[in-house]
Design a protein around this ligand. Structure first.
Ligand code: EPZ
Length: 422
């Protein structure tokens, strides 16, 4: 596995652009199966998860290309319904294809995605929603066989506002017969973008961003053509890097209003931010105040995907901070690696107590999942000496140019291939 080397203690400064949103583009790529023709999605990041989704679509007979951020998916020759097991293990979002395959083919074969480092990641809510719409499922040795002669609109009431299950329900309902009502649905920006995208394809959807989405099934949809938004989690990660190094950066293309809960905490730590002519200027030089208590929540609460990068910032702030992780049951694995660097974080169940202000020292650490890997990058930027981050392929699953971006902001960073991003 490749590694990244970083010499810390250089305050970041400068301007950086943000890649397209990983978590917005994946369900939009799955939606391409709902229409015959050539889907065009722009500002698409060249990251592992996008390549995996392209691989699955190609295994289903689609023709995909991704050049300079422009993704095309030609579904004219698509006919398959089997999702290759190799992809299911690599990327949980493969289960988002269940809805479109049942809608368009009436059948799908996939596998249980299995858990990952951050949690068990079950898909019971996905299966519940699709059953409500008329699908039936048979399981054999981890394989899932799904069938549906005709999906019919239904009332779906989620016990928990799962992002992925909401996306699967929407993808299945847009061409189902009749009305669908999805109650207690997720309200994340990625849901709003998926609904906007599907509406541009001819879907009839209302209520995205609220607790209830209503859909009237239509007979057919036309291929989509849209630009995806900048990745809000990448923005938050870069602002954490600026705060940890007490630097000041400008984000040239921030998403509109998708980071309020994070920015509120950023301000509480002493960071300053303002928008000017469409840019977001974040000054982390005043970062000095611990956060007595913070908990992650579903949108519009504090995003779980920024919990680890924020923890890395809190280890640099003298005083006691406390974080409660409410979304994933195992999102504190990264603590062990941060403590190796000299942090003082103690975990008890769903809560982590951070005694910040200890001196972080570079050493060799290992990333085991995407956002924990990003947290190690943030900590390495604030550490004395050189840090080597192994397993950085996890980081590249979601961050398109993170080494180049950080280098352009003044970080001294290179990959083990000796590629210095100067
Ligand atoms: C999406 O994952 C994101 N991934 C995650 O980002 C993000 O952390 C998460 O939403 C929460 O915002 C993508 O969009 C590709 P959930 P998803 O279903 O859909 C439980 C990243 O770093 N649950 O809202 O899997 C589940 O175990 C990734 O970019 C069930 O119990 O999130 C978890 O505890 C990580 N049954 C909680 O709900 C189900 O059927 C949240 O899961 C589904 C989920």
């Amino acid at each position: 596995m490749s590694a990244i080397q970083i010499q810390g203690l250089r305050p970041l400064k400068g301007t950086v652009g943000i890649q397209g949103s990983k978590n917005a583009v994946l369900p939009m790529m799955a939606a391409s199966l709902l229409a015959d023709g050539v889907t065009v999605i722009r500002h698409v990041p060249e990251i592992e998860d996008v390549f995996s989704m392209m691989g699955i679509l190609e295994s289903l007979g689609c023709k995909c290309s991704l050049e300079k951020g422009v993704l095309t998916v030609d579904t004219k020759a698509a006919s398959g319904h089997r999702i290759p097991e190799e992809y299911v293990g690599k990327m949980r979002s493969s289960c988002l294809l269940l809805g479109p395959l049942l809608a368009g083919r009436g059948e799908a074969v996939t596998y249980y995605p299995g858990g990952c480092v951050i949690g068990k990641r079950p898909i019971d809510l996905h299966l519940y929603a699709l059953k409500r719409l008329g699908a039936s499922f048979f399981e054999a040795g981890g394989m899932i066989l799904a069938r549906a002669d005709r999906l019919r609109g239904a009332r779906i009431r989620f016990s928990y506002p799962s992002v992925g299950a909401t996306e699967n329900a929407i993808l299945a309902a847009v061409t189902a017969e009749g009305e669908t009502e999805i109650e207690n649905c997720a309200r994340e920006p990625e849901i709003v973008w998926l609904c906007r995208y599907l509406r541009s394809m001819g879907a009839e959807i209302q209520g995205e961003g609220t607790h209830c989405i209503r859909i009237t099934g239509v007979k057919e949809l036309k291929a989509g053509n849209m630009q995806i938004p900048p990745d809000r989690i990448v923005v938050g990660t870069y602002l954490c890097a600026a705060a940890a190094t007490r630097g000041k950066i400008t984000i040239s293309n921030p998403p509109e209003g998708e980071l309020d809960a994070f920015l509120e905490v950023y301000g509480k730590m002493g960071g300053q931010y303002n928008r000017r002519s469409g840019k977001l200027i974040a000054d982390g030089s005043g970062t000095a105040f611990p956060v007595p208590f913070l908990e992650t929540d579903t949108y519009p609460g504090f995003p779980t995907d920024l919990q680890s990068p924020l923890m890395a910032v809190l280890t640099t702030i003298p005083g006691k901070s406390r974080i409660r992780e409410n979304i994933f049951e195992n999102r504190f694995r990264i603590v062990e690696e941060l403590n190796k660097m000299g942090a003082s974080v103690a975990v008890s169940g769903r809560e982590a107590s951070i005694q910040g202000g200890t001196c972080l020292r570079g050493c060799t650490v290992r990333a085991r999942e995407l956002r924990g890997g990003a947290a190690l990058l943030v900590a390495a930027l604030a550490a004395q000496g050189e840090t080597v981050i192994e397993g950085c392929s996890f980081i590249y699953r979601g961050y398109e140019h993170i080494c180049e971006d950080l280098a352009s902001l003044g970080a001294q960073i290179e990959e083990d291939t000796g590629t210095a991003f100067l």
